[in-house]
Design a protein around this ligand. Sequence first.
Ligand SMILES: *Cc1c(COP(=O)(O)O)cnc(C)c1O
Length: 871
Amino acid sequence: MTSTIDPATIGKANRARRHVRTLTGYLPETDASGKEQWPKGDEKVWRAGTRGLDTDVPSITKTFVNHVQTSLARQAYNLDNLGAYQAAALSVRDNLLVNWNETQMNYTRKAPKRAYYLSLEFLMGRTLDNAMLNLGLKDKYVEGVKKLGFSIEDILEQERDAALGNGGLGRLAACYLDSSASQELPVWGYGLRYKYGIFQQLISPEGNQLEAPDPWLDNQNPWELPRLDVSYEVRFYGSADRLNDGSGRSNWHGGQEVLAVAYDVMIPGYNTPTTNNLRLWESKPKRGFDLNSFNAGDYEHAVESSNSAAAITSVLYPNDHTSFGKELRLKQQYFWTAASLQDIIRRFKNLGKPITEFPDYAAIQLNDTHPTLAIPELMRVLIDDEDLDWGTAWQIVTNTFFYTNHTVLPEALEKWPVPLIEHVLPRHMQIIYDINLFFLQAVEKKFPDDRDRLSRMSLIEEGQPKQVRMAHLACIGSRKVNGVAELHSDLVQTTILKDFVEFEGVSKFGNVTNGITPRRWLDQCNPELSALISKTLKLDKNVWLKDLTKLEGLLPFAEDKKFRTEWAAIKQRNKERLAHHVQTTLGLTVRTDAMYDVQIKRLHEYKRQTLNILGVIHRYLTLKAMTTAERAKTNRRVVFFAGKAAPAYYIAKLTIRLIVNVARVINADPDTKDFLQLYFLPDYSVSLAEVLIPASDISQHISTAGTEASGTSNMKFCLNGGLLLGTVDGANIEIAEEVGESNVFFFGHLTPAVEDLRHQHLYHPVPIEEKCPALANVLNEVSKGLFGDGGVYEPLLNTVRHGDYYLLTDDFDSYIAALAMVDEAYLDTEEWIKKSIRTTAKMGKFSSDRAILEYAESYWNIEAIPVAAAK
Ligand SMILES: *Cc1c(COP(=O)(O)O)cnc(C)c1O
């Protein structure tokens, strides 16, 4: 079959549809006095239409009904909760869009330096509630939908989480966007629009984790705007031919070309019209199909080629703190950084400034090493496209980027095989070698005859195959490097980047302790506590939610009996809300007259969920050995776990299986079930966290010392008056510094001891029966089959018996002792409530507003650009 289609014609038609609109072209002209001149029609009519939307309740219900009829093409009589959610979302979105336009126009007009947050993950959760609260319209929407016969709770439950992230790193990015907009900072996020977010976790009858795809876009997504007119081409493979003109330039050609299409997500600030942008890229084939194949009559191959372009943004990689070196993941990273940089450069070029001023107008934050290819990519653009010399280009690059390190765990440090980069990105491999050459020459000059140092610092790790060390590249290509809590930043500087501190000087390295947004993690998830705080501080929440140190005003009220009663009653109602949630979603009855003990986070050996479940078994065995009278005196405890394991992480999945099967036995045992209950809640998500966190009395953050960079859920719990049981690790340390050591429960060995202990495990192992008999007993009970076939768990138990890399045998006894102290403290109810109040009161430091302002001032050098008050 021969086609009659002329490829050239189709290509031209496609290009015409793809022209990229510049924002400046849409600014209204101003006259000599700066007054806006309206380009078209009757100015009064335009102004009437652009005054913002009416937000009284009748106007809100009217737009709701309008959206039902027009946008959704539905009617009142058959409108279900999902339809009501969609109508409410579209109505709220109208308000966001007006603010978003105003904000972007303002940035374009004022042309400030902007910051760009590049993150492969944005764990946003739900948007509707957050948008209503940030706009200050929640009460009106509650009233409006009630008048229309719906309840806001039912409507909010319809929304699917936007779960484009694995855990802490992605949620941090989401909190930082909220804070940037709330602080009126000109910050955009850049990420990928995965068709499938983090997998849905199911638990099989045996207790195994199963993974199902997360089709979060199935019901349409009202919170994104497709920008089909904003698209860029991204190349893969092909060949890069050096030009023999001594310039170092190359001609990169051939290979596969893929299109990146923009989808914009509005990010409303709290109590401000500022509404920033999160731009997510979707991959598409450059042409609808491969015309060469089509012309040859090979339709199947043509369709396959389309699929391979679309595959780039089809799914989020579900590994947290592990790097796997998969080609598609590398393509994701390049696709996203290349599209984002083209967009940032285009926006800069609209200003008409010389390219050397680029770092004065753009700061680019690299969230971990995932976007590190942006460094050689900007070099490529500056050298090959902009004709700059190497030195000028490198000067621009190293003044533009900032790198945040998120881990010192060896398995999480990204390395890419040289042959893979050579194949997928041949020009970038050349540039990386060039960067390395100049870099090592400089090191050699400062430290002559130190070959060990050169090989330690090289961007290329020798071996079969050679690998590119992305953390080294991110470090030398950036203006500044930071860790995410004091201890972690110290570890970065003394371990993985020690040589770089010696070479470049310590002033390049810093710390920005992570934070969380108090809007979602207090006001939204715990509205009763938020209201009590406002009432007690005699402050509008608009004030303290933007200056969280105001919470200190709660301290004196710890001594106020009536206040304590109100405080405790809210915790109790939050437990009932959680119990109700478990009842309706899982059909399980959870008692609410008990201490709620929560560990929710990604399943990982370093986070030591295994220590927790072995501690639960120890408690169960202890209760079993007691008389009825003895048991009656103990502290009732309900233990909750939630968290996903990477699909290929066998040991983490075994831990889940153990938890589920221990729960089955314990919850059914008539001797103990009144004193100890255990639940594994499947499919951990932001929305589930919002129900669990306000209900917690104590939460566990028990990583092996030196392994958790910061942690952020520790902050969420403490902000909600939950106490912390943890190791001396990450931000736990700074939380204790703020709230006082008497209000936290610390246990376990300290970071400096870890290396020696591991050495002892390897070279002077002590049998577990001798070293930690209590733990040995627990392991034996599991082996013997107390929780079903013991053989199943042997590989997990053996990680503790042999090697014990995460030091469970070293920390178990002090862990059990700490739990006993928690029990004792909880039984003194009034004293416990005081601790809870004092904890919340001293959490001001951990607002992500504080963190983002540190980045803005000490790293990016950007300022707030408020939108002028509406005329
Ligand atoms: C905050 C948060 C995390 C991070 O939890 P850590 O305990 O700090 O690891 C992970 N997942 C979700 C859904 C979160 O909200």
